[in-house]
Design a protein around this ligand. Structure first.
Ligand SMILES: *Cc1c(COP(=O)(O)O)cnc(C)c1O
Length: 355
């Protein structure tokens, strides 16, 4: 499986749409940069990729993924430092995870060059679209769909890989109100919870809609067997600061291996903070709350980076966390990760790919 990078042909837009971007009012996911990357898989191999103007796809209504959900994606971000240099944060980790998702969904793996170098070339071409300023970035969305024109149920043979990109603004994410879910399930052993399969998101919409009506922002998912152990919040990995320890569920078939999660654990451990990756029960959280030991709780993910939790509701119990301004771990962590991403701190892990 070898796709030469040299084979990526580039069809540039005649006129950039960059003037549509208002840097003072970036609405995430509404506006896409000028170009996208497209590659097709046929007869057992990836064909050379193309970078083309961002635009609509033309597909048969019988296209497999529309019916049976053979579709996976990734979320990655490109940043600009104070000098205007562009970097992509940990794209190799997203590439590896993309391929784990692909295998589970009976889709072809993507060569590293196609994913990472294709992404780098795309970002290079559209580097003007990377906003500047704290907490801004260009969000990169690689995804793959099964494209057989066939509605019989079987693993597809034709696939399309694309990367689209969208500027993400400096949004202030206010601490979220969480509902601990013990009816619906996000992930089950043997299932696809560890993948970024489109269907995981489709299945989460209804439960999320229900708790939003009740006034909550996100769901804290629990294990499907006993609804006893916590898994993730919404589409983020979750961390709790209990006493002087940070605890997060260990990754498994039911918990997605977040790149932000891994980055957070590494920098916290380097700082000397004790981080435990282990099963964490709701009982333990409630007990810590009652003993005054539940100090902080937050989600991690590429989209929001660190999302602080204001309160957790479990049945009749509303657990209010201390004011976010007093938090020592999450606030420091957010700053630390930003310092690495924006090149203000030495990138000792080699996480930033220079574009
Ligand atoms: C994408 C995702 C995350 C966060 O992963 P990052 O690599 O940190 O962006 C966490 N949980 C779920 C279910 C996800 O889909």
């Amino acid at each position: 499986m070898s796709v030469s990078v040299m084979d990526i042909t580039v069809h540039k837009v005649e006129k950039s749409r960059i003037n549509q971007l208002d840097p003072s009012n970036i609405q995430f996911g509404k506006l896409y940069a000028d170009h996208m990357l497209v590659a097709h898989y046929e007869n057992g191999e990836w064909l050379p990729a193309e970078i083309v103007p961002f635009g609509d796809l033309s597909l048969s209504p019988a296209t497999t993924f529309m019916h049976y959900g053979q579709a996976i994606f990734e979320g990655v971000k490109a940043y600009k430092d104070a000098e205007g240099n562009a970097t992509i944060f940990r794209p190799y980790d997203n590439w590896r995870r993309f391929n784990r998702s692909a295998v589970r969904m009976a889709m072809p793996e993507i060569p590293e060059e196609l994913f990472v170098e294709g992404m780098r070339q795309l970002v290079d071409l559209d580097r003007n679209w990377i906003p500047t300023g704290e907490n801004t970035s260009l969000y990169l969305r690689p995804f793959m769909i099964a494209t057989d024109e066939f509605i019989g149920v079987k693993p597809a043979e034709k696939f399309t890989f694309l990367i689209i990109t969208s500027p993400a603004g400096p949004y202030y994410s206010k601490p979220v109100s969480i509902y601990i879910q013990d009816r619906y399930v996000r992930a089950f052993p043997g299932g696809i919870g560890f993948t970024k399969a489109a269907g995981n998101y489709g299945a989460s919409m209804y439960p999320t809609q229900e708790i939003r009506k009740m006034g909550y922002d996100q769901i804290l998912w629990t294990d499907g067997l006993h609804h006893k152990y916590v898994q993730e919040i919404g589409t983020m990995n979750v961390f709790f600061v209990i006493g002087d320890k940070v605890i997060t569920p260990e990754t498994s078939e039911t918990i997605l291996e977040g790149v932000t999660r891994d980055s957070a654990i590494k920098v916290m451990r380097e700082k000397g903070i004790t981080v435990e990756e282990r099963p964490l029960s709701i009982d333990e959280i409630v007990e810590a709350y009652k003993n005054g030991q539940l100090r902080e709780a937050f989600g991690t993910g590429t989209a929001a980076s660190i999302s602080n939790i204001a309160e957790l509701t479990y049945h009749d119990l509303k657990m209010q966390l201390p004011p976010v301004e007093t938090w020592e771990v999450a606030n420091w962590l957010k700053q630390e990760l930003n310092d690495i991403r924006y090149g203000r701190k030495e990138d000792t892990h080699g996480w930033n790919l220079h574009v």
